[in-house]
Design a protein around this ligand. Structure first.
Ligand code: F6P
Length: 387
């Protein structure tokens, strides 16, 4: 094995536009300028849990042309932490196995000086658990949801807002043609940043966020007032994690396993749309933007931010600033301790101007309970039956 510095890099959690530009920047700085070997690990930590390991050396050629590509050339997963790894038994039953020591052993065998981990809140937590076992990490914050504590922006968010805003713009014209209410469901499990920013940018009439439980009477009153004033169409933006104040919690399509897989949210838009049509009599349609917000080429802003984060992460490795995550404060790239990020969520503060998180500290949100999606009526909802 050569005596060059060897660094591992992996992408973890749901994908997001900008992952490839981060990888590219790490390789440009680390390999081309600092003479390191950069080892890409496939599918988050899974590449180290396979035999043989699924890894690839990333040289300049490997990252050529990926600046504009969405997704991640390394692959990723948002379920299956090595600390509770789902393994199917012969009888089909799933058991959760702690395989963390295999990852630590793999890093030792591969002689990795440390890992650059590009991930969200859950991935930072896993990195922190590995740090307690002696592995060295530099973190890079990613998520379209922009909900990671201690950074003003994560890359991917800007692209998602652009996509969502364009969708709202398109819904405006068809809403006007048919005098309809158009409900647009956007991603945002616990934080409503995408819905808030795209909703404001798209001129939505109602924006429902996970942070502020909504009252359907107030929503319908507003739409009736608009109609009475001659504004016959309206746009309602709903974050997938929004909850009704008197309701049963978030709308879920598929339950999680309580260990490594989160519940799949969905149905918040349809739920709100159905109530609007039933209560106001205004014809209402729903659009769910879903993974269109996560796919595709990163915006110019995200390409730049991701490139800055990638170069920054390589610099942190060079300076041996292990245990830190690159972050953006204002326009400045800074380092924050991964341990200070774990378990916190940057949510929209009802008291803020909506452009940033809370002024002091970080609001840590208690999660609302989940409810199955597509409840048919108010009465079936209160009886707990799915429609
Ligand atoms: O964390 C980003 C996110 O896009 C959430 O907003 C959303 O709830 C989730 O990922 C969807 O994940 P999946 O790809 O598993 O459906």
């Amino acid at each position: 094995m050569s005596d060059k510095k060897r660094i591992g890099i992996l992408t973890s959690g749901g994908d997001c536009p900008g992952l490839n530009p981060v990888i590219r920047a790490v390789v440009k700085r680390g390999v081309s300028q600092l003479g390191w070997e950069v080892i890409g690990i496939r599918d988050s930590y899974n590449g180290l849990l396979s035999s043989p390991y699924r890894i690839q050396e990333l040289d300049r050629d490997a990252v050529r042309g990926i600046l504009t590509r969405g997704g991640t050339i390394l692959g990723t997963t948002n379920h299956g932490s090595p600390f509770a790894f789902p393994m199917r038994q012969a009888g089909g039953e799933i058991v959760y196995v702690d395989r963390s020591t295999e990852v630590v052993e793999a890093c030792r065998i591969l002689e990795l000086a440390g890992l650059i981990m590009i991930g969200g809140d859950g991935s930072m937590k896993i990195a922190h658990q590995f740090m307690e076992m002696g592995l060295r990490f530099v973190g890079v914050p990613k998520t379209i949801d922009n909900d990671i504590a201690s950074t003003d922006y994560t890359f991917g968010f800007n692209t998602a807002v652009e996509v969502a805003t364009e969708a709202i713009d398109r819904l405006q014209s068809t809403a006007e043609s048919h005098d309809r209410v158009m409900v647009c469901e956007l991603m945002g499990r616990d934080a409503g940043w995408i819905a808030l920013h795209a909703g404001i940018a798209g001129g939505a009439d109602v924006i429902l966020l996970p942070e502020i439980p909504y009252d359907l009477n107030r929503v319908c009153d507003k739409l009736r007032r608009r109609k009475a004033a001659g504004r016959l169409s309206s746009i309602v933006v709903v974050a997938e994690g929004a909850t009704e104040a008197e309701g049963a919690g978030q709308n879920i399509l598929e339950g999680g396993d309580g260990k490594s897989r989160m519940p799949r949210l969905g149905g918040a838009g349809a739920y709100v749309a159905r109530a609007i049509q039933e209560r106001t009599g205004i014809e209402t349609r729903t659009t769910v933007l879903g993974h269109l917000q996560r796919g595709g080429t990163p915006s110019a802003y995200d390409r730049l931010l991701a490139t800055r984060y990638g170069f920054g992460a390589a610099e942190f490795v060079r300076e041996e600033r292990w245990g830190e995550m690159v972050a953006l404060k204002g326009t400045e790239l800074i380092g924050v301790k991964i341990v200070d990020v774990v378990g916190k969520l940057k949510t929209v503060s009802p008291g803020s101007d909506g452009a940033s998180g809370p002024r002091r500290g970080h609001r840590v949100r208690r999660l609302a309970p989940c409810r199955p999606a597509f409840r048919a009526t108010r009465s079936s909802r209160s009886s707990g039956k799915a429609g």
